[in-house]
Design a protein. Structure first.
Length: 331
């Protein structure tokens, strides 16, 4: 099995992995799919698929995971008044044009100053088709991908709604998720509603995460301030380079001329040399330009693998600037 980033054309098969997580209950399936297409394009959303090297019962795509950073007000309301349909409320708000998923500007601001609320909308695998060892391998890929995509953010809490008994058992098995509600009170007050009863809301916060040492959750909530002060263009280049792309592949992936890619590398090295010169190696004076560039790249990427916070979106307005100009500057 392997995992990769989800593509838009994967979506129908992804949402079929566990239809209970689709969030179509308020808007219908067709409009929910359109909302998901919008969601997957947003910078605050991450999504992955787990694929089997050989089809299982005709399926190569056997797992789907998706998450999104949401507004603090939405997260607080969900915790204060828990009820079934977390995904449905997110999808219906996107459908209505009033998304609670953070824009890029909001994401940068919250990751710099306040902290982030993450909703895991999907972390499911095909039901009733997989052996237990296959399920465990999917969970391993989910954990690895989640860590790669979310480590380095200024996380406050992670919310997820379990939509069946399998999800509930998985939530409890992590040892770090805390139950917010099993919705019993809600069902008692709304006996005629259509939600299935085997649902519940879990939360993972910093206190719970740090209670289990050396866990993935601990890493996720261990935040460090970035020091390189990279630009958005730098983040895009370096994030792609971390996936092993050559300059030619970077040119295609970023839709840039090859000469522009090389100029961006030079600008990145210059910026790093000013802020953290110790990250770049001492170079032999007689080494050629290609060798020097390769050595610099190797050292910088090795550092970034250990410090993902450097590539996470942050506001270009420094904390010092905010303190000097006051709350009105926080746009």
């Amino acid at each position: 099995m392997t995992w990769r980033l989800a593509r838009e054309d994967d979506l129908p098969e992804c949402l079929a992995v566990n239809p209970a997580g689709m969030g179509h209950e308020f808007v219908g399936r067709q409009r929910a799919v359109l909302a998901w297409r919008t969601l997957l394009k947003l910078p605050s959303c991450s999504s992955v698929v787990v694929e089997s090297n050989r089809p299982i019962a005709g399926h190569r795509m056997i797992g789907f995971g998706a998450s999104a950073f949401v507004s603090p007000a939405f997260a607080s309301a969900e915790i204060a008044d828990p009820k079934p349909g977390l995904n449905a409320r997110i999808i219906s708000r996107i459908d209505a044009g009033h998304s609670v998923v953070l824009t890029e500007a909001e994401l940068r601001h919250a990751n710099t100053f306040g902290g982030l609320h993450l909703v895991v909308l999907y972390a499911s695998w095909l039901r009733n088709l997989l052996a237990q060892e296959q399920i465990e391998e999917i969970k391993m890929h989910f954990a690895a991908s989640f860590l790669e995509l979310h480590a380095g953010y200024r996380l406050i809490q992670i919310l997820t709604e379990a939509t069946d008994t399998v999800d509930i058992e998985h939530g409890y098995s992590t040892g770090v998720h805390r139950l917010v509600s099993d919705f019993k009170e809600y069902h008692e007050l709304h006996p005629g509603e259509f939600w299935n009863r085997d649902r519940c809301l879990f939360i993972l916060d910093r206190e719970s995460a740090l209670s289990v040492t050396a866990s993935i959750a601990t890493i996720l909530f261990h935040y460090k301030e970035p020091t390189l002060h990279l630009r958005k263009e730098d983040e895009q280049l370096l994030s792609a380079a971390l996936r092993g792309m050559t300059d030619e592949e970077l040119s295609e992936a970023l839709n840039l001329q090859l000469s522009t890619v090389k100029k961006r590398w030079a600008a990145v090295f210059e910026r790093v040399a000013k802020t953290r010169p110790e990250l770049l190696p001492e170079l032999e004076p007689d080494s050629d330009r290609h060798t020097r560039g390769r050595q610099k790249r190797h050292h910088l990427l090795a550092y970034l693998r250990q410090h993902p916070e450097e590539l996470r979106p942050v506001s270009q307005l420094s904390r010092t600037k905010v303190n000097e100009t006051g709350p009105a500057a926080r746009v």
